[in-house]
Design a protein around this ligand. Sequence first.
Ligand SMILES: Nc1nc2c(ncn2[C@@H]2O[C@H](COP(=O)(O)OP(=O)(O)OP(=O)(O)O)[C@@H](O)[C@H]2O)c(=O)[nH]1
Ligand SMILES: [Mg+2]
Length: 336
Amino acid sequence: MSRVFNSILCQNCEPEHITTTPMNLYAIESGSEINRQIDDLIIKDHLASEKVIKLLLLGPSGSGKSTILKQMKIIHLNGYNTQELWARRSLIFKNVIDSVAQLLKGLQYLGIELPEERKIDAELIYEMLASNNFPQSLPHRIHKAIKRLWSETSVQEAFNRRSEFPLMDWAKFFSDQEIRIFDVGGEKTQRRKWIHLFDNVNALFYITAISEYDQVTQDDETTNRLQDALFLFKSIGNHEVFRDKQIILFFNKKDIFLEKIANKIPLTLCFPNYRYKNDYKNTTLYIQRKFEHQINDKDKTIYTHLTCATDTDHMNFVMGSVTDMIISKALKEAGI
Ligand SMILES: Nc1nc2c(ncn2[C@@H]2O[C@H](COP(=O)(O)OP(=O)(O)OP(=O)(O)O)[C@@H](O)[C@H]2O)c(=O)[nH]1
Ligand SMILES: [Mg+2]
């Protein structure tokens, strides 16, 4: 829990700290009643402030939802390793210099005069920007120049009138959006509880284990598991609340799927009408089309990824690109 609070408090701390946790991630899993109550309060607060991006992980039991969440925790809650943090520093400094330069141009635009003794500081900023060389440590003289500029009343005045000229939104670079991910049990008895989580969702992740195309469900031992997943996707994916929401489909356990395909286990076990080559490319494309066809709105884009949830690096890459897309859509919707 302390991590949840820390991350939330981070929104109001110095930019330096924010940058070390550019994406805060919340995992809501079963916990004690008190934790649940606190989580509830936090959810309400932050959903209300619209800073939270709510992602929902749904899918049949055993498809890999909790594994994906676990990977997200490893990737994000443990933070970035030292090398990754250092790699981000020069980008952050570039953003700092960019915005100070924009602010100075804003002064000119507004006709606000910078005092003579500060003009040398402004020159330093423009020089650094022109050099396009941003070190991993902000040079001391630049740091001092920014501090002096920032303490000027004229600069503060321009900053307060920032809506009148282009100035990058700091929130945007440092992505102070929080991401909260909801993982729920996929067992049939658990599914009726899902609806309680549907409100205010930014994106739905539907996880299905494509490797299960030759397996049957435990409930009746006759229904094909991938068919069951397809049927569930139809009912969830067409739900009214997700009409304007992004749907991301993860075909998980691709490692096991690959093995089965290599062992010539036919896809016809799940789709008797399948008539193409029983290779990875054709089978996955066919399964993808089958899932897409379940969605009534034919204009809706379903983002599909073949995943291996147990592979941290791979999930880092996949979730990185997907969450970037979700965040930029959320920022756009928020008018940023
Ligand atoms: N080989 C392999 N195993 C995976 C993969 N993803 C998940 N698993 C394993 O599959 C099992 C079930 O994964 P979970 O993440 O618990 O599945 P879940 O969707 O949360 O299941 P419920 O909570 O019952 O709904 C675990 O043993 C995982 O380690 C994958 O991509 N490849
Ligand atoms: Mg689970």
